[in-house]
Design a binder for this molecule. Structure first.
Ligand code: GRG
Length: 290
């Protein structure tokens, strides 16, 4: 893992700890922290910082966005591991949240992380314009919901043990994983006051990168090592998941992802040195072994 990513993990984890420390006491705080703070690459936050650089924004203008995204991401992982979903006992090299605290607690901790995400965007101490907070909250709510992450997860589960076309799989993965990446790309553009066209352009690059990230995750499930990945591997085949690998094999899927990655990097070149960090992160996403 690069020093940049390690450093971003520290910055974001410290901010998340600060948020948790300011919350009123409840029995759910410990499982919420467990699902959010113990492990994870915080790659979505790194992307937000990288895109912020393109739009010349300081970290404090986007750190609440990082927190909101990490809360929603962690919530999705907690629920994804539940027996009624992917039924996984390990995540990030440790017991899944429901294995450690029980199913009902894991569901409630996940729900509470979702609402905390919006609290943190609307926090009066977060100094960006109110109309931007409203717009960001509206977009994030839509992307997390039935036409976004939750809808994508629904499709993912309903496609198990069925033969689905390439376009159906891509659509499902763009929803399940791509929408949150899309948000990471367009949020800094919105905060900086970029044009509608620029915001749209960033959003579509983000969704594409989310697809590539999901493909990398699927490739790791096939060829990765449990110790590195932090969760069991070779599950997709056992569960009959509809993936591009199942449809066209490992090699062709990797080639497909590499072509799309090149296209994103090509589009970012116009930002010159300000896009260098983001390009490094994009390269990491397909090269990673965890
Ligand atoms: C509406 C947010 C929401 C959730 C309910 C359970 C569910 C519906 C959606 C699941 C979405 C999901 C788990 C998508 C997979 C995305 C993915 C590849 C996750 C792995 O991300 P990493 O590698 O994980 O960034 P770390 O552990 O590094 O944080």
């Amino acid at each position: 893992m690069s020093e940049e990513i390690k450093n971003n993990i520290k910055i974001v984890d410290n901010f998340l700890r600060k948020i948790f420390s300011k919350q009123k006491k409840s029995g759910l705080i410990i499982p919420m922290k467990y699902g959010t703070l113990t492990g994870g690459k915080k790659i979505r936050s790194t992307i937000i910082f990288n895109v912020a650089k393109i739009f010349r924004l300081k970290r404090q203008k986007v750190v609440n966005i990082c927190a909101a995204v990490e809360f929603i991401h962690s919530y999705s992982l907690i629920h994804d591991d539940l027996p009624c979903m992917d039924n996984d006992s390990f995540r990030r090299g440790k017991a899944s949240t429901h294995k450690k605290f029980g199913e009902s607690t894991a569901i409630l901790a996940g729900n509470s992380l979702l609402t905390l995400a919006f609290e943190i965007i609307m926090d009066p101490n977060y100094k960006i314009e109110k109309n931007k907070k409203n717009l960001l909250s509206k977009i994030l709510a839509e992307y997390a919901g039935h036409t976004g992450i939750a809808g994508g997860q629904f499709l993912d589960l309903s496609y198990e043990k069925r033969k689905k076309s390439m376009s159906k799989i891509i659509d499902m993965q763009k929803k399940k994983t791509g929408k949150l990446f899309k948000f990471c790309f367009l949020a800094p553009a919105i905060i900086s006051g970029a044009s509608k066209q620029r915001i749209r352009e960033m959003g579509s690059m983000g969704e594409e990168l989310g697809l590539i990230f999901q493909i990398a995750d699927d490739l790791l499930d096939q060829k990765g090592i449990k110790k590195n990945v932090g969760k069991p591997v070779k599950k997709d085949q056992k569960k009959g998941k509809s993936t591009l690998i199942k449809l066209m094999g490992y090699k062709k899927t990797l080639e497909f992802a590499l072509i799309r990655k090149k296209m994103i990097i090509g589009k970012l070149k116009k930002y010159g040195f300000r896009s260098n960090q983001l390009i490094r992160t994009i390269n990491f996403i397909l090269d990673r072994s965890y």
